[in-house]
Structures are given as structure tokens and as C-alpha cells.
Design a binder for this molecule. Structure first.
Ligand code: PLP
Length: 390
């Protein structure tokens, strides 16, 4: 097979959404105002406006803006009082900090397996790992596909264990038509540069329907302050605040997030259509209006092809200038986990998925010609490895 398409460069971009003139102006406006008389960077009103807009968009009662998803997760662990002796159940197929946040509190990290279709934490596998020491479960809405919120609600009710969602990929993600921001006890969002929306490159939020938990997180993110007629400090807290220019851009970014996700969904569906039926490629599941469309993760049995993922990625890049990304190596493979207390037993789906995943470069700006080219490049690369393995 030889592609008739002219060679193009399709890199894996480090900006997942759209950064446009209104976003630039939002940051500029608050920065310029700070240079005027009485100027300052005090977060109001942008912070509260952004929080209200985020809660409204994600379907939660409350939203607390912070400076990253990592800190959002940390604050939830602190608010829950997670400590040594506790166990926290997480997937192994995720970014390191989903597990790291529990490890940082001294808890034992318990990895449960993921669902072979969605690659989200499998509720049945989680149930098998619950012990009297389990103090929290952190499912990830992997790539923008919602975890099984209904099943996790049932587990939470039955065992009295709080569910904290890692919603780093999940702005706009829905579970059966409903945005996931109010699911579980809380959800932790990321607005880091490569996510579908960003607040000047870094940022995050905790959303929740629980007023008391939200207030605890809000206090913890800002030194434990409780504002009122008299300033009080009711808990020992931190400074995990989002800055004023970040919050200002959060408002403009949220205003366009539905457009960003619609453009991504269109490209995801085109790519899936292009690759449907290609032997050796497993496509992402559930590409519909519920999907947040953050990552387009395919799976390839590189070992069965007689190669490694690194060599496949290199050939795709060298021959076709198609960039890819890896989401993710198994968390337990990071050096930092070597001396930590963790359990990775009974996770065969995770092991296999971590060996096979590869993310394709699909963004709002990707054109139909790019999609066709990526498909051709992938087929050519697959075919060349298939030929040499015979
Ligand atoms: C699943 C997941 N959780 C958490 C994070 C951390 O987000 P942040 O960089 O905002 O701390 C990321 C970032 O890539 C992520 O992919």
C-alpha cells in the first residue's frame, strides 16, 4: 500500500484546546488593570465568576479553583484525613499523581484493574480489593470517557467509602447524558496546557455537590482562612490558589469548551471511521456526545508485531512525521514506587493495556486531510512491521 497523500507534519501538540484572541485579552485585561490606580491581583471577582461558571457547566453544586489537578487531588486526600494505615484504590493506567496523591499521605496504594473496553477503573475489580482499611477510591475518567459513575455510587453507598474522581481529562464528559462534576464526593479537574481547556498553562478545580466538603477544600487551599466580620483560621491550610489572570482565562475558555469538544468529537469519529476494521488496532470505545474527547488512545500488540512501542513510534515519526504520545506506562513502573507500599495483584487488563496504548495527534485544529494522512501512515507502518515479522 502506498499513500497518494503528500507528506505532512502532524505533531502531537502541547495545547489541547483553542487559545484565541478573547483568551489573550482576558489575561491582558486583568494584568493591565493591575498596572492602574489601586491595581492588584486579588482574585475576586474572576475567581468566583469562574467557579460559578465551572460548577454550572460541569453540573455540580460547588467548584473550588486551585492551581492544578495534582493539588486538587492532594486537597481531597487531606480533607478526607487519609494517612498511614489507610488504603486508597486507584487504576494503574493513569498519570502518576492519581496514585501519588495517596502515597504522599503515607497510604497504601491499591491498584485495581481497568475495564478492557473503556480503560476506566473496573467497579467489580475495585470491589474485590476493598478491605476495612479502604478509605477512598479514585476512578479516572480515562481520556474523557466517563468511569461507571452509577456502579461507583452503589459501591460508595454499600461500603461507606468516598469516591474522588480524577477528572483531569473530563471537562465536558458526561455519564449517560449528565456532566460528571457532581459525581461521587468530589471531582478533580486539570487545566494544564495539554488539556481541552487551560488557565494560562496550569490550573485545576475541585467540584462537588457536598457543601461541607467543598468548604473544607476551599479553606485548605487558602491557609485555612474563613472570611467574615472577623478573619478566622479554622484548619491548618496551604496556598494552592489559582491566580486572577488564570481565573479570567478560565471564564473565556469555558465559554468555548463545547465548541472545542464538538471539534474534537468530529475528528475522533472521523479517525475511528478511518481505522475501523484495520487488523491489529483496537479503537477507543464510546465515541459519542458523552465523551469528553481528550485522548484518542488506540491499542496495538507491538510484541505480537515483533517490535517495541518505541520502535513503532520512531518509525511513524521518522517515515511519516506523525507524532504520538503515551498515556500511560503503568504507574508502578515509575522508580518512585520501588520502595512504596502498594498492591498491583490481579491487574492483567492494565498490564496489557499499558504495553499497547498509543495516543494519536487529534486536536480541534486537525483537518480531515490530517486524519486521512494519520490513518494512511498508521496502516503503512503496521504493514511494514507485519511484513518483516512474517
Ligand atoms: C489523569 C491525570 N490526573 C492528574 C493529572 C495532573 O494534572 P495537573 O498537571 O493539572 O496537576 C493529569 C495531568 O496530565 C492527568 O492526566
Amino acid at each position: 500500500m502506498t499513500t497518494t497523500l503528500k507528506k505532512r507534519n502532524v505533531p502531537y501538540l502541547a495545547l489541547g484546546g483553542l487559545w484565541e484572541e478573547d483568551d489573550v485579552q482576558a489575561a491582558h485585561r486583568v494584568s493591565a488593570a493591575a498596572a492602574g490606580p489601586d491595581g492588584n491581583f486579588f482574585p475576586l471577582p474572576e475567581e468566583s465568576d469562574f467557579q460559578k461558571a465551572l460548577a454550572a457547566h460541569e453540573g455540580s453544586g460547588f467548584a473550588v479553583a486551585v492551581n492544578s489537578c495534582g493539588t486538587a487531588l492532594d486537597l481531597c486526600m487531606i480533607a478526607l484525613g487519609i494517612e498511614k494505615g489507610d488504603e486508597v484504590i486507584v487504576p494503574g493506567l493513569t498519570f502518576v499523581c492519581t496514585a501519588g496523591t495517596a502515597a504522599a499521605r503515607g497510604a497504601k496504594v491499591v491498584f485495581a484493574d481497568v475495564d478492557p473496553d473503556t480503560l476506566c477503573l473496573d467497579p467489580k475489580a475495585v470491589e474485590a480489593k476493598i478491605t476495612p482499611r479502604t478509605k477512598a477510591i479514585i476512578p479516572v475518567h480515562f481520556g474523557g470517557h466517563a468511569a461507571d459513575v452509577e456502579a461507583f455510587d452503589a459501591i460508595s453507598r454499600q461500603h461507606g467509602i468516598p469516591i474522588i474522581y480524577d477528572a483531569a481529562h473530563a471537562v465536558g464528559t458526561k455519564f449517560r447524558g449528565k456532566n460528571v462534576g457532581g459525581a461521587g464526593l468530589a471531582s478533580c479537574y486539570s487545566f494544564q496546557s495539554n488539556k481541552n481547556m487551560t488557565t494560562l498553562g496550569e490550573g485545576g478545580a475541585v467540584t462537588s455537590d457536598d457543601a461541607e466538603f467543598s468548604e473544607k477544600v476551599r479553606g485548605l487551599k487558602t491557609f485555612g482562612y474563613v472570611y467574615g466580620a472577623k478573619l478566622r483560621v479554622t484548619q491548618i491550610g496551604y496556598n494552592y490558589r489559582m491566580t486572577k489572570p488564570q481565573a479570567a482565562t478560565g471564564i473565556t475558555q469555558l465559554a468555548k469548551i463545547d465548541r472545542v469538544i464538538a471539534a474534537r468529537l468530529k475528528n475522533f469519529c472521523l479517525m475511528a471511521e478511518n481505522l475501523r476494521g484495520v487488523e491489529g488496532i483496537t479503537l477507543p470505545a464510546g465515541l459519542d456526545e458523552n465523551h469528553g474527547c481528550h485522548l484518542f488512545v488506540i491499542r496495538i500488540d507491538f510484541q505480537g508485531l515483533g517490535t517495541t512501542r518505541a520502535d513503532f513510534v520512531k518509525k511513524l515519526k521518522d517515515d511519516w512525521q506523525v507524532g504520538t504520545a503515551l498515556h500511560y506506562p503503568a504507574v508502578w513502573n515509575w522508580d518512585a514506587f520501588e520502595n512504596l507500599d502498594y498492591d498491583k495483584s490481579a491487574t492483567p487488563v492494565t498490564h496489557e493495556a499499558c504495553d499497547r496504548v498509543l495516543s494519536l495527534p487529534l486536536f480541534p485544529s486537525t483537518t480531515p486531510e490530517d486524519v486521512e494522512y494519520i490513518g494512511d501512515a498508521l496502516r503503512e507502518t503496521l504493514a511494514s512491521f507485519q511484513a518483516s515479522s512474517q
